[in-house]
Design a protein around this ligand. Structure first.
Ligand SMILES: [Zn+2]
Length: 353
């Protein structure tokens, strides 16, 4: 079996991917059923075999189960970090148990995937967030983990925001001064990039700041839809600021399967890399949906070893657009995220396994 580090993550065809990824997923089903009693009990209840012969048959857990249960496949003493989903205090947060091995693998895989887009050399990096974010010892947030994971891709890390999320103009201006017209890397959460960075620079009159800038941004569109900002508006306005040659990549992921990241290509489609896969399931029957049919998004990843999160049915709705033939040149399933499952349709975890 090929080692994951030798794989070109966005250029593996379906057949090669199945030969590589499916055995990894089967191993994880086995590992978690041996080490996580709660997972083993759920699995027994379904009567599904431990070894799947197709991606569709890999057992999955409902994402909301991680809000209800602490699911761990490691001894308490080996827990390195417990990640919590962001959200308001009134909501119950997901708890994701990481040991050192899983945390380190997640970072390495993310860097390997994204550096296949940015190239090997580390670019100057502007983080659209506040500086103290990754130092919060009390409860390591998914946002902090995201920023820390991505910081490996760049150098001269500059945090663009103050503690109160206003722009830190002194730092922003120093960064612009130093790297004007060069290729830089920018990362932030979609809403924050729009609200606290792009809008502010637009109002100040900044235009065409860099050459070949790359922006990665992640997080839901809900808050931006409320402001009537869609992906197209987001991109065109951001290009005005960063420069026409800027590459802007949204990505889709979730705390329950952190490290599993789906990146938007130059044609605006989210792709599954060689390290992860996606299945769309009809939201009523939970059977795999055809290309173009809307359904619930299931995500799969070879990364989660410390908790049974290698195959998760999310509460997001999406649509598969195709596989291995996107005109951008990347391989993998490509898809779009449509929104969240309406609350009334979320089933109890006993009937969604
Ligand atoms: Zn594409």
């Amino acid at each position: 079996m090929q080692d994951w580090t030798e794989i070109n993550p966005l250029h593996l065809s379906r057949v090669e991917k199945k030969a590589w990824l499916l055995p990894q997923l089967n191993q994880l089903t086995q590992l978690h059923s041996e080490n996580c009693e709660r997972y083993a009990n759920i699995l027994n209840g379904t009567g599904l075999p431990l070894v799947a012969s197709e991606f569709d048959d890999v057992p999955y857990l409902a994402a909301r189960l991680f809000k209800l249960l602490r699911l761990s496949s490691v001894e308490e003493g080996d827990v390195f970090k417990t990640l919590t989903s962001s959200g308001t205090t009134s909501q119950v947060k997901s708890q994701i148990v990481l040991d050192k091995q899983t945390a380190s693998l997640q970072t390495k895989v993310l860097v390997k995937l994204l550096s296949s887009i940015t190239g090997k050399s580390r670019r100057p990096m502007l983080l659209v967030d506040r500086q103290g974010l990754t130092n919060d010892k009390s409860g390591f947030s998914a946002r902090g983990a995201g920023v820390q994971g991505l910081s490996f891709l760049g150098r001269d890390h500059t945090y663009a925001l103050n503690e109160d999320l206003t722009p830190n103009w002194e730092r922003i201006d120093q960064f612009i001064e130093k790297y004007k017209g060069q290729s830089v890397l920018i990362f932030g959460f979609t809403f924050m990039v729009w609200q606290y960075f792009v809008t502010e620079l637009l109002n100040r009159g900044d235009r065409s700041l860099f050459d070949n800038a790359i922006l990665f941004h992640s997080g839901g569109w809900k808050k931006l839809q409320d402001k009537a900002v869609d992906n197209h508006t987001f991109k065109s306005t951001t290009r005005e600021i960063l420069g026409e040659s800027a590459a802007i990549h949204n990505f889709y992921g979730m705390v329950e399967q952190i490290g599993s990241v789906f990146v938007e290509c130059s044609h605006g489609h989210l792709h599954a890399s060689a390290y992860s896969d996606i299945i769309i399931r009809n939201q009523n029957t939970l059977e795999p949906a055809a290309f173009g049919e809307q359904g619930q998004i299931q995500v799969m990843s070879f990364i989660p070893r410390s908790y049974p999160g290698h195959s998760i049915l999310t509460e997001d709705l999406g649509r598969l657009l195709g596989e291995d033939d996107c005109s951008c040149g990347w391989k993998g399933c490509y898809f779009e995220v449509i929104g969240r499952l309406p609350k009334t349709e979320i089933r109890g975890c006993s009937d969604v396994f």
